[in-house]
Design a protein. Structure first.
Length: 134
């Protein structure tokens, strides 16, 4: 939230989402290209966390802007439930399928982030512009 006020003031939501996905993609790409263990690159958590936080903030705003006035509380609750469920399912699946191989987990996460970016740019943003209430 602080970065939104100081570093990214005046940037449109679409550009913030693209920036966050690009930041996570570049970081994970460098991580998969140059290292096989997370412990070799301790600074990797900062850009991934910043990108995830910025992405989460923009998605919350998207949910709020799509809802009518009396449904904003429901949209926030739905968003937080979906986000926490997705994070928990992702962590559980990562531990279940990629317990021994950090390289495969990084590659899978990189593919998911690229697909998310393509889906957002190609479909979700245009749909959001047409159906926005605020």
């Amino acid at each position: 939230a602080l970065a939104d006020y100081f570093l990214l003031a005046g940037i449109r939501m679409k550009n913030k989402i693209v920036l966050s996905l690009l930041l996570m993609t570049i970081t994970l790409g460098a991580m998969s290209a140059f290292s096989s263990a997370i412990s070799d690159l301790p600074f990797v958590t900062l850009p991934i966390g910043f990108g995830f936080g910025l992405f989460a903030e923009c998605m919350l705003l998207l949910f709020i802007k799509l809802s009518c006035h009396c449904q904003r509380g429901t949209s926030q609750s739905t968003y937080f439930l979906a986000r926490e469920s997705g994070v928990n399912i992702g962590l559980s699946a990562g531990l279940l399928f990629f317990n021994e191989s950090v390289q495969h987990a990084t590659l899978c996460l990189l593919i998911i982030i690229v697909c998310t970016g393509c889906l957002y740019i190609g479909y979700i943003y245009n749909w959001h512009v047409r159906h926005e209430n605020r």
